[in-house]
Design a protein around this ligand. Structure first.
Ligand SMILES: *Cc1c(COP(=O)(O)O)cnc(C)c1O
Length: 381
């Protein structure tokens, strides 16, 4: 089976259960394998799973049992962890945009590791999270990422050095540096310059007796969609080579926050073809409408960024170009129009199609019920 394909277990589950569509089926064995593979190739790093990629309880419980820590972004994600029995010392509050009340809540519940990237956020932390470890997120370029996180997060490394000094003066523990090279990063060497920047910050701060301890290399490792991507071992080797190059023998604590690469390949969405239409425009393109779209799980088709592989029961026969759209009455609910997709000419209304490697950023990345279409239901098997 190619990575990001469907497992026997998922095929059997769909055949035996015949769940209503659309639905997401996540094979927990694939999640476990992805976690193990990352631990194998990056043994020195501590893994903080980025919960937002897929917060299904079964996934969190599995990763907790396997020893993972968790990167959370909100009070809701903290509660999710605590209710599952995750210890507070395995939680990192990694969102740089937090309400002061939520920081206080996290602190009361024992969370002692926080991200920030601005003076105002640092002030909040100093007020309600005294003595906590804080790490500053720096802004780097996310070239090569199919889902860039761009300029919303991070500050310049120069400013980060100043802020980490202020953190110490304000009674916090300046702990490290973080960055994110952009999600679904297709270039393995994208981590190098960011790690170099982090190392220079360690050196600069050491001059004023601040000894940073941690480099948090964020997420960014890919899932297997339509395009080819390098294997996880190539990413891990590139990251370790960069850390050794820039830090020499004095290796920092390494934190990695994978989301997509842990759960993406483990999921398959089954969807029904609702309508196939030719609009009489002579462009030779059929419109194929599915019961899943941008508002019930496929938000990452925004700007046609993430290109899922689609399998149909008619695969193998002749194909023709299609425009693929979701079921709602919103014209933004088109999945692929500019990107070339071809589907079998024999595809019929009522057929079940499968969107592969859809375990990440789908189930909770759905509207609460736009147009009466329910959010995507998840089955973890
Ligand atoms: C979303 C996010 C991640 C996960 O990124 P992936 O590209 O899905 O691995 C990691 N860290 C932070 C701070 C994030 O916001």
């Amino acid at each position: 089976m190619r990575r990001g394909g469907i497992t026997e277990k998922t095929v059997r589950f769909l055949a035996e259960t015949q769940p209503a569509t659309p639905c997401l089926v996540v094979d927990l064995e694939v999640v476990a394998d992805a976690y193990k593979l990352l631990r194998h190739y990056l043994p020195l790093a501590k893994v903080f799973y980025a919960i937002k990629a897929n917060p299904a309880r079964e996934i969190l419980a599995l990763l907790d049992r396997m020893g993972s820590s968790f990167d959370v972004a909100s009070r809701g994600e903290i509660d999710l962890c605590l209710h599952l029995g995750v210890k507070a010392d395995r939680i990192s509050f990694g969102n740089t945009i937090k309400k002061e009340g939520d920081i206080a809540y996290a602190y009361e519940h024992g969370v002692r590791l926080y991200a920030f990237d601005s003076a105002a956020e640092l002030e909040k932390l100093a007020r309600v999270a005294s003595g906590a470890r804080v790490f500053c997120r720096i802004l780097i370029d996310s070239d090569g990422a199919e889902w860039p996180l761009s300029r919303k997060f991070g500050c310049s490394p120069e400013m980060a050095v100043d802020l980490l000094r202020q953190a110490k003066a304000a009674g916090l523990d300046p702990y490290g540096v973080s960055f994110h090279v952009g999600s679904q990063q297709t270039k393995v060497d994208q981590w190098d310059s960011a790690i170099g920047r982090a190392a220079r910050m360690f050196t600069l701060l050491a001059e004023t007796d601040i000894n940073l301890k941690m480099v948090n290399i964020g997420g960014g490792f890919p899932a297997h969609y339509r395009g080819d991507v390098p294997g996880v071992e190539r990413y891990c080797n590139a990251v370790m080579a960069a850390i050794t190059r820039h830090f020499g023998n004095d290796l920092p604590e390494i934190v990695v926050e994978p989301g997509r690469s842990i759960v993406g390949d483990a999921g398959v969405i089954e969807s029904e073809v609702v309508l196939i239409a030719d609009k009489g425009l002579g462009d030779g393109k059929r419109w194929v409408y599915l019961d899943v779209g941008k508002f019930n799980g496929l938000a990452e088709t925004m700007d046609e960024s993430i290109k899922y592989r689609i399998e149909t029961p008619a695969d193998g026969g002749p194909t023709g170009p299609v425009i693929i759209a979701g079921p709602t009455c919103d014209s933004a609910d088109i999945l692929y129009e500019k990107t070339e997709y071809k589907l079998p000419l024999a595809l019929k209304v009522g057929d079940k199609v499968r969107l592969m490697a859809t375990g990440a950023y789908t189930s909770t990345y759905a509207s609460v019920g736009f147009n009466g279409f329910e959010p995507l239901k998840t089955y973890c098997i």
